[in-house]
Design a protein around this ligand. Structure first.
Ligand SMILES: NC(=O)c1ccc[n+]([C@@H]2O[C@H](COP(=O)([O-])OP(=O)(O)OC[C@H]3O[C@@H](n4cnc5c(N)ncnc54)[C@H](OP(=O)(O)O)[C@@H]3O)[C@@H](O)[C@H]2O)c1
Length: 271
């Protein structure tokens, strides 16, 4: 027998993944009016309950079983890039609106998810970054990129982050390219003595991924022009920074039809 869920009413949210991101965000969401956490799935999760605020929430090993048993309105997907699409498409097939926080969703996956949202006439959100400050940084970077031909993105994350570069860095480069009338150009180096020292590249923009213990989530965008540079930087000091954005994405998925990509659209910063 699964335990009784909390008596609160509101949007029923099931959470796939309960790692560093989801455990903090779930606790933050549970404290908000109008959101009820009805299930949590993680690989080591069967036959347990997890205390989330005042409530005991059932924990599942399998996301599909969780959705069948808890009948959520929204699936907050925060596992690993290799599972995000399967969980999001499975949610839509069950009539559940996906909010994908997991990074690394490709453009091709976005197209597939967009079609699935339209086919099922349901809302869905893919938010490579749920931090409002980081999304504002992306917006400002897109504006600044119109005036500078050269730019590098440096993203800093904790040592155990599974993927590189971060979804936020890739999305930032995408927005910068979209806003710029023209191309970004990488400044060449004649002699490179340490392999890969100039970092990777997306849309003509250099991307550098720093992984170190002690970091949370940080990003700089540095623009270079004649006799000047411009640096934009955002620092997330804790995972609490993701809670307001997650709540906004959940509300948006409930109130709209079709796929929305990026918190910037929800904040009215992107089209
Ligand atoms: N959008 C944003 O703002 C944002 C912010 C931070 C991170 N992220 C992204 O969010 C994702 C999760 O990050 P994290 O730091 O929380 O990672 P994490 O600590 O490694 O947590 C991953 C969680 O997913 C669970 N999991 C993995 N595969 C699963 C499956 N098939 N079914 C059910 N549960 C599964 C894991 O369970 P076990 O522990 O039992 O294996 C674990 O609880 C990453 O892609 C990260 O890049 C996004």
């Amino acid at each position: 027998m699964r335990p009784e869920m909390s008596g609160q009413s509101g949007t029923r949210v099931a959470v796939a993944g309960f790692g560093r991101l989801a455990s903090d965000v779930t606790r933050g969401l549970a404290a908000l009016d109008g959101i009820e956490i009805v299930g949590i799935a993680r690989r080591q999760g069967a036959d347990q309950t997890i205390r989330v605020g005042e409530a005991l929430v059932a924990c599942y090993r399998d996301v599909g079983t969780m959705m069948r048993e808890t009948r959520p309105d929204v699936l907050l997907e925060a596992t690993l890039p290799e599972f995000a699409m399967e969980h999001a498409l499975g949610a839509l097939a069950s009539g559940v609106r996906p909010v994908v926080a997991t990074s690394g969703v490709s453009d091709r996956d976005l197209e597939e998810l967009g079609r699935a949202c339209a086919d099922h006439a349901l809302g869905g959100v893919v938010a490579p970054n749920l931090s409002v400050g980081a999304v504002v940084l992306m917006h400002l970077a897109a504006i600044a990129g119109r005036f500078f031909e050269h730019a590098d993105i440096i993203e800093y994350h904790r040592d155990r982050k599974a993927d590189a570069p971060s979804g936020t860095a890739v999305h930032t480069a995408r927005l910068m390219q979209r806003a710029r009338q023209g191309t970004f150009t990488r400044v060449p180096t004649r002699t490179v003595t340490v392999p890969d020292v100039r970092g990777g590249e997306a849309n003509g923009i250099g991307i550098h991924s720093i992984r170190l213990p002690g970091l949370v989530a940080h990003q700089e965008v540095i623009f270079g022009g004649t006799g000047q540079t411009l640096t934009l930087r955002h620092d997330a000091m804790s995972n609490d920074s993701y809670v307001p954005g997650a709540a906004l994405a959940i509300r948006h998925a409930m109130e709209t039809t079709g796929l929305t990509v990026g918190l910037g659209t929800l904040l009215g910063l992107e089209r």
